[in-house]
Design a protein. Structure first.
Length: 273
């Protein structure tokens, strides 16, 4: 059995089907884990969710997935560029949202750590897994709507072991689903979204912060389409901008073989202006 990790799909079901054909994927012999942002802005987010649910696909929660949960719960409103209407009108909405709430923020295999966005430099792997479990428990619990009401906002913007309550959960959620850049001391910045070489002075990609405590474990993440494919010994970025006419990428964890499909011209593809 092979395990494949697929970067941000964002509702691009046509591209996903093409990549699955390239992999010759079969649920009977293969395992797939989606790196978050399963939905939104692509042409068929509903089909992506149903396919993942019905085929026992693993998924890491991303910021767009949490946004969908908030909109479905009546906590947030749809944005002008959202493409969530088919999900919100679906007869199986409740079942889909329950399935989505059961998915983790962080997943640890024998040799890899999977996260949608990133980890703060102060966190070692065991600590990060424990912190992710705190958020997962809140999201799966009966008071999950209260949790969703509190996740919006950029503050606190740095980790402190003494953080408690929803401030603590917000920092964990923001780091694991939104992080790209931070300062050397771990203070998060959510304004810069471009390429690392274009970042304002003082900002560093989270995985390049000196002394990062999770270094040494291979972390696979998505979220950062401007970064694109980036493969290092302990860090692999897999958001290759399918939504924007780039590629949809899958990494076979067994041997780190890369599989890609060109998304240009596929239904639902958008282009940066």
């Amino acid at each position: 059995m092979s395990t494949y990790v697929i970067g941000d799909v964002q509702g691009c079901f046509t591209a996903l089907k093409g990549l699955l054909a390239l992999l010759d994927f079969s649920p009977a012999k293969d395992r797939i884990i989606l790196l978050g942002d399963l939905v939104n802005r692509g042409e068929d987010s509903l089909s992506v969710l149903r396919w993942a649910r019905d085929n026992g696909i693993g998924a890491i929660l991303g910021n767009h997935d949490l946004h969908l949960l908030s909109v479905a719960a009546g906590i947030a409103t749809s944005r002008t560029d959202d493409t969530l209407h088919a999900i919100l009108d679906a007869p199986d909405l409740s079942d889909l949202m329950f399935w989505l709430r059961q998915q983790p923020l962080l997943y640890h295999t024998e040799r890899h750590l999977l996260v949608h966005a990133g980890l703060l430099p102060q966190w070692h792997v065991d600590q990060a897994l424990s912190l992710a479990a705190e958020v997962e428990s809140a999201l799966r619990g009966k008071n999950y709507r209260t949790f969703l009401q509190t996740i919006y906002g950029n503050l606190p913007d740095r980790w402190n072991d003494n953080l408690t309550g929803y401030d603590r959960l917000r920092v964990i959620t923001n780091a694991m689903t939104r992080l790209r850049f931070c300062h050397a001391d771990g203070q998060m910045d959510f304004r810069a979204k471009g390429k690392p070489q274009e970042a304002p002075a003082g900002l560093i990609p989270w995985f390049q912060v000196p002394g990062r405590r999770s270094a040494g474990t291979t972390i696979v993440f998505g979220h950062w389409s401007a970064l694109g494919l980036s493969i290092h010994s302990d860090c692999i970025a897999l958001d290759t901008g399918c939504l924007w006419g780039g590629k949809l990428s899958a990494l076979r964890l067994d041997d780190h073989r890369l599989f890609q499909i060109d998304c240009a011209g596929l239904a639902g593809t958008r282009h940066l202006q």
